[in-house]
Design a binder for this molecule. Sequence first.
Ligand SMILES: [Zn+2]
Length: 285
Amino acid sequence: MANKYLKRFNLKKFKALFRNKKLLVVFMALLTTLVISSATYALVNNNTEPEVVEVSEPTEQQEEPEVESEEEPPETPAPVELEPTPKPEPEPVSPWPVTFSLDQASSLTVVVNKKHKLPSNYVPSLTGVAGGQMRPEAASALNTMLQAAQNDGVPMKIISSYRSYPTQVSTYNKWVRIDGQAQADRSSARPGHSEHQTGLAVDLGVPNGNCDLLICFGSTAQGQWLATYAQKYGFIVRYESNTEAITGYQYEPWHMRYLGVSTATAVKNSGQTLDQYYGVEAGGY
Ligand SMILES: [Zn+2]
């Protein structure tokens, strides 16, 4: 039965093919076209494959930039590491100088030195003295003292009393220009560090100007008188000889600091500097 069916089928097909040769030709033409098309498609696919590979390569190249971008971040923090490298920054670690509050600055016993400074905007209440200004308490005591010295035959003049912060800027800069900063720091305070800004300090001298602001003033009658009696009027010689390591300033026998009679007498009798007497950190900047 199966053979019969195949024979019938092949026969019919065979006959049909021969019955219409034109259809066979067309069929064969279509078949050929199909084969060629398939072959072409296969070739195109083969050609496309490398393209796909090529496409994948750029993908890899895109990944490479990602690797590069991963390398870039380490480069970014590098300059950040360089910024904190400069060594000047550790300086702020130092607690000095301490700047007083306005209330602290106005204390009659405030200890201003190279480690403790006044606010730049601190201006005390002032009253006039010969050729300058001082706080009323200090001005009154100074007038009394100068009168007593006059009576003892050692008249004195006021060289400098209150100096504002801006004035101290000029004063300090002047001495830096003249002597250089190292020497200027031994005798002239940097702005904010001067007792003259408190209105409680005064520089005195011999009327004829002999030894003005010089160590030799300590040997004059005026200098000797102040070293002996100043505390009786509420003043001390703020920067004594041989105390530079403590006060930060060289001997200034002309520089008087008002503290009030009781405190000035106590400091004088203690043999200490004002900084030591109050246990206040002093010395250099
Ligand atoms: Zn002075």
